[in-house]
Write a protein that binds this ligand. Structure first.
Ligand code: GDP
Length: 343
């Protein structure tokens, strides 16, 4: 999966940009490897390449898919992907799975789970970056999504596991966030409690083939539960669909619902507004992360941190006073920089 990266050379970056814009898969994979690299020189190159690709991005429908392990995400994504390819689309599948850095595997790590899709030239499947925090993984997935769009993929599916904060991250980078459920009321209540239901623009009850009556009951229960939540948009009540990913039943109706969502949200201006909001939120996330990392890396903070933390713990200083003292080092940083700068 991981491509070997060439030495730094502007001509090679030109080749990456041209290759991606020509919709070629090898340059696409190499660009993503550059994005995922932890090396500062690679990161700088990745940003330059990304900036050049940005004008060609934005053209895909971005779909987020979440659900507990075993609900049928891979089976569903494969069935949907193959259906869309038949309809003439090109489909990229990405994953946000911060647990992969702990387990060493990724939700998409085992490609045999989407064997049919992986073999198609109209599909591109990329597992979650294998290292980093959720923030890091999410950032790289967002950038990868933009590169896939520049490479001509008009549907991008971002898959995540139904645990932890990764769902919020995926809902924050996609146009439509879809929650997969089992025909089982216990799970539905869990999703409501965790606040995941509020994120969902579309809910799918999978494995309806096993017990169609149970699936219909779950559908009614979830619809009732959704009525208790305030809808995110006055123009869209999240539909609850039942389907069987294994038997490929209900896939066309699913895609039709996605298209209706896009039409309805575009007509009201919410589709673009969501993207604008996401881009700004992303910028602020990066600023927050950057500030935090500069703060922690500052020599003055490093020198004082242990002492002030201990003082807060034993009550000899207040949290507010300690925070003020530590943040004060950042103010000093600007002055030191000015003195150090030649001009
Ligand atoms: P994931 O962990 O959410 O990606 O789930 P998988 O796609 O790996 O599916 C888990 C298991 O459920 C596999 O054995 C699938 O064959 C099975 N499965 C998935 N979708 C369906 C379905 O619609 N009906 C039935 N009966 N089984 C399904």
């Amino acid at each position: 999966m991981t491509e070997r990266l060439p030495q730094s050379d502007p001509a090679l970056d030109d080749a990456l940009v041209e290759g991606v814009l020509a919709h070629r898969l090898r340059p696409l994979a190499k660009t993503i490897t550059l994005i995922e690299s932890q090396r500062p020189d690679h990161q700088a190159r990745a940003q330059r390449v990304l900036e050049r690709l940005l004008p060609a991005s934005g053209g895909a429908v971005r779909i987020g898919i979440s659900g507990v392990p075993g609900v049928g995400k891979s089976t569903f994504v494969e069935a949907l992907g193959l259906y869309l390819i038949e309809q003439g689309h090109r489909v990229a599948v990405l994953a946000v799975d911060p647990s992969s850095s702990l387990s060493g595997g990724s939700i998409l790590g085992d490609k045999t789970r989407m064997e049919g899709l992986a073999q198609r030239p109209e599909a591109f499947i990329r597992p979650s970056p294998s290292s980093g925090s959720l923030g890091g993984v999410a950032e790289k997935t967002r950038e990868t999504l933009l590169v896939c769009e520049a490479a001509g993929f008009d549907v991008v599916i971002v898959e995540t596991v139904g645990v932890g904060q990764s769902e919020t991250a995926v809902a924050g980078m996609t146009d439509l966030f879809c929650l997969l459920q089992l025909p089982n009321a216990g799970d539905d209540l869990q999703a409501i409690k965790k606040g995941i239901m509020e994120l969902a623009d579309l809910i799918v009850i999978n494995k309806a083939d096993i017990d169609p009556a149970a699936a219909t009951r779950a559908q009614a229960q979830i619809r009732t539960a959704l009525h208790m939540l305030r809808p995110a948009s006055p123009n869209w009540t999240p539909p609850v669909l039942t389907l069987s990913a294994l038997r490929k039943e209900g896939i066309a109706a699913y895609w039709q619902t996605v298209c209706e969502y896009r039409r309805s949200m575009s007509a009201s201006g919410e589709f673009e507004a969501r993207r604008r909001h996401q881009a700004l939120a992303w910028m602020w996330e990066l600023i927050d992360a950057g500030l935090r990392s500069r703060f922690r890396g500052h020599a003055g903070v490093k020198a004082d941190l242990a002492r002030l933390q201990a003082a807060v713990e034993d009550g000899s200083t207040t949290p507010a006073a300690a925070a003020r003292a530590l943040l004060g080092h950042l103010d000093g940083l600007g002055a030191q920089r000015e003195r150090a700068a030649p001009n």
